[in-house]
Design a protein around this ligand. Structure first.
Ligand SMILES: Nc1ncnc2c1ncn2[C@@H]1O[C@H](COP(=O)(O)OP(=O)(O)OP(=O)(O)O)[C@@H](O)[C@H]1O
Length: 312
């Protein structure tokens, strides 16, 4: 796809049959993913699900083994400097030149990006106690994360890619980071929405900022919807079963099962009221269902296959 074909309606990310192999390991397994323009998209998955690999391929740091990946309408393996200028990237390592002063790095970036927005930089950096004369290497991890985000947001990127940006940050730094992210999204009004693609293990953060939840499992797309729609797929049932509980292999949609204070607790996927009838038919004297948090829904979903041996 060339630039002239990239319309506001086109997805900012488009992968088709995307595979990335490291030796015998298939980190991305025929991934078909389309991320629309605008909003905050959270990618979640267990350790090793392929999130960072996906980002590395999309940003052109790694070539795909098979299939295709386009970012802002360009083949990710053929990104030009002017394409990269439209994309901001913040990763957990917060790689910035340690020997340079904050003011010097800022001046360099201001010079490099024609769309530089000083008020956005000032607003975001204002959340952190960063002095312009400080060397980057002297900043704390949280300050470095904030500085990195301020730089990325001030570039006015069309697309911002964040690879676990809040890893290791304390609660206050995390909150400041998320507030900056939300502020920046609001600040792009009238200038075209900035699309944010965000990967994290922190479900409470995702619940706060994400419009779209993307679940990867072993390099494959398992789910994509609004976070609330995914949460609604999982329900928690409590049953009082005086005799033998049903065989777990027969429990429809079972994600997790526990026995607490004589009651049986089931976390199940995609079950309606018929699950209550199933429990009653299995000997339950009383049944009750309740919603779960996003954290619980995602973690039980991911845990389902977590310990299973990888199929040959
Ligand atoms: N350079 C590499 N060489 C060999 N295998 C790799 C390499 N990088 C990643 N992998 C493997 O590819 C798979 C996907 O890794 P990746 O880092 O993309 O996962 P992730 O979802 O980002 O994980 P995490 O949540 O732990 O950061 C893992 O099984 C990992 O061991």
């Amino acid at each position: 796809m060339n630039d002239s074909l990239f319309t506001p309606e086109a997805p900012v990310i488009h992968t088709a049959g995307l595979c990335k192999r490291y030796g015998r390991k298939l980190a991305l397994d025929h991934l078909d993913l389309q991320i629309p323009r605008g909003g905050v998209h959270a990618i979640v998955g267990a350790n090793g699900a392929g999130k960072s690999t996906l980002f590395r391929v999309l940003l052109g740091f790694l070539p795909p083994s098979a299939g295709s990946a386009t970012i802002l309408g360009r083949d990710s393996a053929r990104l030009r400097p002017q394409d990269r200028a439209r994309i901001g990237f913040v990763n957990e390592e917060h790689t910035l030149p340690g020997w340079m002063a904050v003011a010097a790095v800022t001046a360099m970036q201001r010079h490099q990006y024609p769309g530089w927005r000083q008020p956005v930089f000032d607003e975001v950096i204002g959340h952190y106690h960063v002095q312009p004369a400080q060397k980057v290497s002297q900043l704390s991890r949280g300050e470095r994360a904030g500085f990195n985000l301020a730089l990325a947001l001030a570039q006015t990127p069309e697309l911002l890619v964040l690879d676990e940006p809040t890893l290791g940050l304390d609660v206050v730094a995390k909150r400041a980071f998320l507030e900056s992210l939300l502020y920046s999204n609001a600040a792009t009004d009238g200038r075209g929405a900035c699309t944010v693609i965000y990967c994290s293990h922190q479900m409470e953060e995702i619940e706060r900022v994400a419009d779209n939840l993307i679940i990867l499992e072993r390099g494959r797309l398992k789910h994509m919807s609004a976070p609330d729609d995914f949460r609604a797929r999982v329900t928690h049932w409590v049953a009082d079963i005086p005799f033998k509980a049903p065989d777990p292999a027969q429990v429809p949609g079972l994600l997790e099962q526990q026995q607490l204070d004589g009651l049986h607790h089931y976390l199940v996927l995609d079950q309606d009221d018929s699950f209550g009838r199933f429990l009653r038919a299995s000997g339950a004297r009383s049944v009750q269902s309740m919603p779960v948090s996003l954290d619980r829904a995602v973690n039980s979903f991911l845990a389902q296959h977590h310990a299973a041996p990888i199929a040959a």
